[in-house]
Design a protein around this ligand. Structure first.
Ligand code: ZN
Length: 404
């Protein structure tokens, strides 16, 4: 077997292509394989698949393929063009690579597997390519995946996420059905979310069945504009609601801490009040029991907050509505200003709190996804560029079909 045949077998170079020359350079650790094709072969127009004789070639291109031992392997070829009467002069499709890529599909597949498990920097180091080349491979994979998406979600979750330094935000839309990130856009304004609804189109937007989101007016306004009967489809996320309650408890604590009488007792208790009863770390337990028995206003606010969590354990919307009436009466008569304000906010958004009992969705899945995204951000030291970060999030969390 000669070296050309060996390379054809190793790299599955099949008819009409063949290896015409192999150059091995131990100095640079390069193996260059030059490909050529049968003259008589007919080629398909990539658009209409009709067959033509070769018209001419574009000048030689080089593609990096998988290594052979310690050698980096490069394929060289001139790409044939056909003259299609309908589509004009077209480059034919090559079996080893995608258009515009400088790598073979085999090489890209390996790169994608590496980047699935580690950051771009280390993947690039192992592959012997630059960060930007590796990122380009990721970007093409994401484009393939996005182009293949055929269905639009019926239930979505919307969340904001800060990125980079300072207070810059992006809006993420999650698909509750396949647990993937469906859309990423800069900003957290009404217009930001409008872009998502516009991207999936009028019909798909109006067909959405349920939307989980924070009590954030710009998102609510956008959803009302694009989703039919949005009022009954929006579910305000319970974790966000509890976050508002936690802030109310903290507000009471801060007010009470300012008073000389209670300052000492409340010292270093800020985090204790943020925990739910059953998640409280053991080290706080004793102090907590003591505080709970006290006549602190903060303890009362905490009890009101903890009680609210029972709302989501109700069996039905009717039961939840009864629970809410009792809870609201208690909270609004508590004489604790931050608690009263939080309760009023919730009353304003009650429709989307009780709709949980129809749709039963929360952004809990989204929260899990958020920690995955945080890892992506951490892994990618260089993601001050939002476009790069978006690509990485789609790649790791988009649940896309990115295969060749
Ligand atoms: Zn054609």
């Amino acid at each position: 077997m000669d070296d050309r045949q060996l390379i054809e077998d190793l790299y599955s170079i099949a008819k009409p292509w063949f290896v015409s020359r192999v150059v091995l350079d131990p100095g640079t650790m390069r193996l260059d394989a030059y490909l050529d094709h049968d003259e008589s072969c007919r080629w398909q127009c990539p658009t209409c698949q009709k067959e033509y004789c070769v018209s001419d070639h574009v000048k030689e291109r080089v593609w990096r393929d998988l290594d052979s031992g310690i050698y980096h392997v490069y394929l060289h070829a001139r790409i044939p063009r056909v003259q299609c009467p309908e589509h004009g002069k077209m480059q034919v499709t090559l079996p080893w690579t995608e258009k515009h890529s400088r790598f073979s599909m085999r090489f890209e597949s390996l790169a994608l597997r590496l980047m699935g498990d580690m950051d771009i920097k280390n993947s690039a180091l192992i592959l012997g390519i630059t960060w930007f080349q590796a990122h380009g491979i990721m970007q093409r994979a994401v484009r393939r995946g996005l182009a293949r998406k055929s269905s639009t979600p019926s239930r979505i979750g919307i969340d904001e996420k800060s990125y980079g330094k300072g207070h810059r935000y992006m809006t993420l839309v999650f698909n509750h059905d396949n647990l993937g990130v469906d859309f990423i856009v800069l900003g957290r304004r009404e217009e930001s979310l409008d872009q998502y609804y516009r991207s999936i189109g009028k019909d798909a937007s109006s067909r959405i069945n349920a939307v989980s989101l924070d009590m954030w007016d710009p998102y609510i306004a956008s959803t009302r504009k694009h989703v039919e009967s949005a009022h009954s489809k929006m579910v305000f996320d319970r974790f966000h609601i509890m976050k508002h309650m936690n802030m109310a408890v903290d507000g009471v604590r801060r007010q009470e801490s300012a008073l000389p009488k209670t300052r000492e007792m409340l010292k270093k208790t800020r985090y204790i009040w943020l925990y739910s009863h059953e998640n409280l770390p053991e080290k706080y337990r004793e102090r907590y029991e003591e505080l709970k028995q006290s006549d602190l206003k903060t303890a009362r606010a905490y009890a009101i907050k903890e009680n609210l969590r029972k709302l989501w354990t109700c069996e039905s919307e009717d039961e939840a509505r009864d629970f809410w009436r009792r809870w609201y009466w208690w909270a609004s008569h508590s004489r604790l200003k931050p608690v009263i304000e939080a309760a009023r906010t919730m009353l304003h958004y009650l429709y989307g709190i009780l709709s949980y009992f129809t749709h039963r969705i929360t952004n809990a899945m989204v929260e899990g996804m958020n920690s995955k995204i945080a890892t992506v951000q951490k892994m990618a030291y260089g993601y001050r560029n939002l476009e790069h970060l978006k690509t990485a999030i789609y790649f790791h969390c988009g649940n896309l079909d990115m295969k060749f």
